[in-house]
Design a protein around this ligand. Structure first.
Ligand SMILES: C[S@@+](CC[C@H](N)C(=O)[O-])C[C@H]1O[C@@H](n2cnc3c(N)ncnc32)[C@H](O)[C@@H]1O
Length: 240
């Protein structure tokens, strides 16, 4: 998959603030997890914003950051390399998670803004793969982004200023069918009144609701609960 060729350079300024509330929910969901002996898998680590947040809330934990996109991965590598603590404990795996040589035992996994890239068949494989590796007291934290396939009018995602350049990110979506949305994203950069850059890109993403995640996960021996924008899963037998 090379779907982030356009988005990658704008990803941090367009999402660091606008996605911060979800990252806070993710760190709350991981808080207190005993992950000292086994790693957490960051599924679709992107540029590493959530990887860094996981590392902050679990300061003794190793992280396996899985990121297949060759345009996102350089930012991830730079973020990890530039921080001695992250460099010591984050491993970057450069392939789709279903093809990755994951550790046989994991304390947990996070899918932050990445489940939309998994088809129903891929999700079924993902839940099984995670359940087989998860410690009895482990946690899987999944962000629900698009529960329904419905038209989304052009919406301003974020604005940021970097030096003298003002950036905007815009998004709209139309249904492909009941399970998929076709997203159109546009990034604009301006110096004063002069537009210096404008780039667009398209993604076809899967929609999934928290209820469907729970149903699918239960079929693979996981169970859990919805909390805010997340579904937090554990081994079915250990879920209270
Ligand atoms: C919107 S970004 C989210 C980045 C990051 N998790 C965050 O919270 O900012 C989604 C990421 O999922 C990755 N991705 C897509 N398909 C994947 C797969 N099969 N396995 C792992 N990652 C995948 C994409 O390459 C992309 O970097």
């Amino acid at each position: 998959m090379t779907g982030y060729a356009v988005t990658a350079q704008f990803y941090d300024p367009m999402t660091e603030a606008s996605h911060a509330h979800v990252r806070a929910q993710i760190t709350d969901a991981l808080n207190g997890l005993d992950a000292r002996s086994h790693p957490i898998v960051d599924i679709g680590a992107g540029t590493g914003l959530t990887t860094r947040a996981i590392a902050a809330v679990l300061p003794e934990t190793e992280i396996v950051a899985v990121e297949p996109d060759p345009f996102m991965r350089p930012a991830l590598m730079t973020r990890i390399w530039s921080d001695p603590d992250l460099r010591r404990r984050v491993s970057i795996l450069p392939m789709p998670v279903l093809d990755a040589p994951l550790p046989p035992v994991i304390a947990g996994a996070v899918a932050s803004a990445s489940l939309v890239h998994f088809s129903p068949a891929d999700r079924a494989r993902l839940w099984t793969l995670l359940e087989e590796r998860l410690l009895p007291a482990g946690r899987i934290v999944v962000e629900i982004q698009c529960p329904l396939s419905r038209e989304i009018p052009e919406t301003l995602l974020a604005t940021e200023r970097i030096g003298g350049v003002h950036y905007e990110g815009w998004a709209s979506a139309v249904p492909v069918d009941e399970q998929r949305l076709h997203w159109h994203l546009t990034y604009v950069a301006r110096c004063g009144d002069v537009e210096i850059d404008r780039r667009s890109t398209d993604h076809v993403c899967w929609v999934i609701s928290s209820r469907d995640v729970l149903t699918e996960a239960r079929a693979s021996g996981l169970d859990g609960a919805v909390t805010g924008d997340l579904v937090v899963l554990g081994k079915a037998a250990s879920t209270t």
